[in-house]
Design a protein around this ligand. Structure first.
Ligand code: GLU
Length: 282
């Protein structure tokens, strides 16, 4: 099987050092394995995505010396693929329409109880208010996965990890998935799919064999593995890399106030300067 990995930025802001690190690690792994490095534009959230950020992504990555096959997959072109996947999960009896608003979920959650997690990778863990609802519902709903039913359908919940945190086979714990993740959203209001569903469908359609991403997505990966097993697509190997930190040890994630590659460029930095900053010059 040919090695295929990807860099999948969301065009909702400039690329930061953390993005550059992720892209370079993925591209180098592909090079070392004689495989492919793909770029995917994760513009599923059209309310936050902007074409000028997408253009800047191409520009910054090219400046850093990276290349990828074209045409580039863009999530905004792929609603049909996502609908088909949700349809499949619905046919399996694993989805339901949820009409709750954030305030309903807050109200239903009640007082915090000791030892019971309130928040998962997707925000507040859904209390299950709409779990008995069936389609069709009003058009103003999100589609959720019934996690308990979903986990009943899968036996093997393992994936292979090759990152610095841990290398080996990781087995998901069903009880923890129920308690700490719960009924995730598959289709958001005004969107063709949630990030989780879109990523799983895209990685499968692009025949990605290794997902390279930051360690901040470790919890999200667990959701992706469940969806892969339900949809009958193969689970890639995962490489969760370290997050870049600033001199004070503060994490430079995408949403943090990290410095943009474009700013370094404007100040006259070279690609080699960026590699040095990332500890990747060799
Ligand atoms: N597009 C997302 C991000 O930029 C996810 C990347 C991934 O799936 O690895 O955070």
């Amino acid at each position: 099987m040919t090695f295929r990995t990807r860099f999948a930025p969301s065009p909702t802001g400039p690329l930061h050092l953390g993005h550059a690190y992720s892209a370079l690690i993925a591209a180098r792994a592909a090079q070392a394995q004689g495989g492919a490095f793909l770029l995917r534009i994760e513009d599923i959230d059209q309310s936050r995505s902007r074409s000028h950020w997408e253009d800047q992504i191409y520009d910054d990555l090219t400046w850093m010396g990276l290349a990828w096959p074209t045409p580039v997959m863009r999530q905004s072109d792929r609603s049909e693929a996502y609908q088909a996947a949700v349809g499949r999960l619905t046919d399996m009896g694993l989805t339901y329409p949820c009409v709750c608003r954030r305030s309903d979920i807050e109200a239903a959650a009640g007082a915090p109880q000791e030892g019971v997690p309130q928040f998962g990778p997707d925000g507040r863990i859904y209390p299950g208010t709409c779990r008995q609802r069936t389609f069709p519902e009003s058009s103003d709903h999100v589609v959720r996965l019934n996690m308990a039913k979903a986990l009943d359908q899968v036996d093997d919940l393992s994936f292979n990890e090759v990152g610095p945190l841990f290398t080996g086979t990781h087995n998901l714990d069903k009880a923890a998935m129920l308690r700490e993740v719960g009924d995730i959203i598959l289709v958001r209001r005004g969107m063709a799919a949630s990030y989780h569903l879109a990523v799983v469908v895209d990685d499968a359609d692009q025949a990605i064999t290794q997902v390279t991403r930051g360690a901040d997505l470790w919890e999200a990966t667990q959701i992706h593995v469940v969806l892969q097993k339900l949809l009958g697509v193969s689970t890639p190997v995962y490489h969760h890399h370290d997050l870049i930190r600033d001199d004070a040890g503060k994490r430079l994630a995408k949403r943090d106030d990290a410095r943009a590659i474009a700013t370094y460029r404007a100040e006259g930095a070279t690609p080699m300067d960026i590699l040095k900053m990332l500890g990747l010059s060799r």
